[in-house]
Design a binder for this molecule. Structure first.
Ligand SMILES: Cc1cc2nc3c(=O)[nH]c(=O)nc-3n(C[C@H](O)[C@H](O)[C@H](O)COP(=O)(O)OP(=O)(O)OC[C@H]3O[C@@H](n4cnc5c(N)ncnc54)[C@H](O)[C@@H]3O)c2cc1C
Length: 414
């Protein structure tokens, strides 16, 4: 079958790989080079089933209210909110109860674990190098109260089968010796030995090459202007470099997905949630983290990527604006210095900001809607790198009319 994939982020390219393996004739189009145009470029790199909590919870309401009067919060909202955010926000609020939070967290957790398994299989098969670090992630807490709350929170994942260890500062420093000198700055943490990290941009670039070897075609440059469809079938995709036709279309446009589907009558609940990312060269291997993790009290995720240390933070509801200024990164850098004071050359930052394609529930959208030949694999939110490979396998299964190994009954077009 001729399949046209819209979007060459980690989700689109992973989908291409699984569809090529099934023998399809696959073309991927994107306005940018693989992983360069969206969130897959500069994310924190964490493959983190241990961080698969749904954002929508009763706690989220308190965090949101606090963000109205505190500027130093990791969650921020720009006023006035746009219409897309109002619509999305109402759906998000409907998920801010204990029952939905539990259901959504478990769904995300299982998809993350499944996806990690598929990632490992793909890496074994392709040999892609992407600054992979296995051996676990550390979720650090700065004070006793937050450690207690964090440990209680983890119960849901532990009961769902995730191995973990609650650690004191000494044990944390044993796991990652870079913490030895700053033990006094943490109360402890949660160690998830199965979590890992790696650079999703490098992975996507490597996978693009693997796809090309299998006959996949990649066209970079065309800006998709519209999808032309009648009531139940897509006819073509219109770009500024001409039209593209296929038997089946797969939408992997991350947070830009709703912009292209709205004109054809499909309202996808995906909102761009901006995050900031800063990368420093590592100057002292001994003092740099061996493993990635999260400074939970500052919501600062970090991961060593070869000779670089990547840090990301903030969830800003500000539309599609990805602009950033050096001062946006001041607090993040301070927190990084307090944990890893001698690790990096902090005078050589690389700044970036990207948009997480968030659904209110936090899990992605799979399958078809009213157009029988338009498939969706979008809305992976803050865990899209972790969920990408499994999501791609699920889509290939759906296209082949195979039952996915993983239950996606709640994850259709909604
Ligand atoms: C700061 C930050 C930190 C994160 N940390 C993590 C993490 O640690 N672990 C994790 O699992 N996930 C993380 N994520 C989430 C993860 O990065 C995303 O969920 C994932 O990259 C989404 O991949 P995607 O392929 O769906 O979208 P994208 O990578 O955004 O790709 C979408 C593509 O669509 C293309 N496109 C859009 N519109 C058009 C158009 N009109 N014409 C042509 N092309 C178009 C873009 O160029 C882009 O290439 C983080 C995200 C951010 C922003």
């Amino acid at each position: 079958m001729r399949i046209l994939i819209l979007g060459a982020g980690v989700v689109g390219v992973s989908s291409a790989w699984h569809l090529l393996k099934d023998g399809h004739d696959v073309t991927v189009i994107d306005r940018a080079l693989p992983a360069q145009g969206g969130a897959s470029f500069g994310n924190a790199g964490l493959i983190a089933p241990g961080h698969s909590f749904a954002w929508a919870s009763p706690k989220a309401l308190k965090v949101l209210l606090k963000s109205f009067y505190r500027q130093d919060q990791a969650f921020r909202m720009r006023f006035p909110p746009d219409l897309q955010l109002l619509d999305w926000g109402l759906r998000f609020l409907s998920q801010c109860n204990n029952t939905a939070a539990r259901t959504n967290t478990l769904a995300k957790h299982r998809l993350c674990l499944y996806s990690q398994k598929i990632l490992q299989q793909m890496v074994e098969e392709t040999g892609i190098a992407y600054e992979k670090r296995t051996g676990g992630l550390l979720y650090l807490h700065r004070n006793k109260d937050s450690l207690e709350a964090g440990s209680a929170n983890m119960k849901i994942l532990e009961e769902d089968g995730l191995p973990l260890e609650i650690v004191d500062p000494d044990r944390a420093a044993e796991i990652d010796p870079c913490l030895k000198k700053v033990r006094h700055r943490i109360a402890g943490g949660i160690f998830i030995p199965g979590d890992e990290s790696g650079d999703s941009r490098l992975f996507t670039e490597g996978l693009t090459r693997a796809c090309e070897k299998m006959g996949g075609k990649f066209i970079f440059g065309p800006v998709i202007r519209s999808i032309e469809a009648d009531q139940n079938q897509v006819e073509r995709v219109v770009t500024h470099q001409g039209d593209f036709e296929a038997d089946l279309y797969l939408l992997c446009l991350g947070c830009w997905s709703p912009q292209l589907t709205k004109p054809i009558g499909v309202n996808l609940p995906v909102y761009p949630v901006k995050g900031y990312s800063i990368t420093f060269p590592i100057k002292n291997e001994e003092e740099a983290p061996r493993l990635g993790g999260v400074d939970e009290d500052h919501l600062l995720a970090y991961a060593p990527m070869g000779k670089r240390l990547r840090l990301t933070s903030y969830a800003e509801f500000a539309g599609y604006d990805t602009r950033h200024q050096p001062q946006d990164f001041t607090l993040m850098t301070q927190h990084a210095k307090s944990l890893f004071p001698e690790a990096c050359d902090y005078t050589q930052p690389s700044y970036w900001a990207g948009l997480r394609p968030m659904t209110p529930e936090g899990y992605p959208i799979f399958g078809t809607g009213k157009h029988h030949n338009l498939y969706y694999n979008t809305g992976h939110g803050h865990m899209g790198w972790t969920m990408s490979c499994g999501s791609a396998k699920i889509i290939a299964d759906l296209v082949a009319s195979r039952k996915p190994e993983f239950d996606i009954s709640a994850m259709g077009v909604r």
